[in-house]
Design a protein around this ligand. Structure first.
Ligand code: ADP
Length: 181
């Protein structure tokens, strides 16, 4: 599924984010930037040790923020590492922190002059964020951002499962029909 908002194409695909050819791919990292399982492990495996070397120098990243490293051996030139919240029921600031993880990544991409960026579904794996809520926040944050900021040609969500793709497609359709305030 694809939609155009101002000059930015928003695209939803099912796939493996490590294969993406956008300027940057986003990693759902932990705050120590220490590597881990899930998409984090896959990105470090595919990109090679240069990524962890830079992560070590940066040292860490607070929840809701983002940092950038080389893409190492990946097709993407850069990896933007962001840290989503661990879901603890939803009343511990999780929605704001998830929104901030997406917005910080997008801001960093623009600051670096990048034109295209791919996101995984941040926080919905080991961090336990319910997919319906997380996809609504992810999609509305990206749409709000590209309405307010020029520079990105393509923002892509690369979803690992059919179920995740369906949730994001539903969220995008809903947002385009009745934009959130
Ligand atoms: P978090 O700790 O933020 O929840 P996870 O890596 O556990 O991060 O999961 C985030 C999402 O990334 C999950 O939906 C998971 O299925 C997905 N994922 C795992 N590997 C990949 C991959 N290679 N490409 C895209 N998405 C992936």
């Amino acid at each position: 599924m694809e939609a155009k908002v101002n000059s930015t194409t928003i695209s939803l695909v099912r796939g493996d984010i490590t294969l993406e050819e956008t300027d940057a791919i986003v990693n759902a990292a932990n705050s120590a930037l220490a590597g881990g399982g899930g998409v984090d492990g896959a990105i470090h495996r595919a990109g090679g040790p240069a990524i962890m070397e830079e992560c070590g120098k940066i040292g860490g990243c607070p929840t809701g923020s983002a940092v950038i490293t080389t893409g190492g051996n990946l097709k993407a030139s850069f990896v933007i590492h962001t840290v989503g919240p661990i879901y603890r029921g939803g009343s511990y600031g999780e929605p704001g922190l998830l929104k901030s993880a997406y917005a910080s990544s997008l801001s960093l991409a623009i600051k670096k002059g990048l034109k295209s960026i791919s996101f995984p579904s941040i926080s919905t794996g080991v961090y336990g964020y319910p997919i319906e809520e997380a996809s609504t926040i992810a999609v509305s944050t990206v749409i709000e951002f590209v309405r307010q900021n020029e520079g990105l040609d393509l923002v892509r969500f690369v979803l690992f499962s059919e179920r995740d793709l369906a949730a994001y497609s539903g969220a995008l359709r809903k947002n385009l029909q009745s934009p959130s305030p």
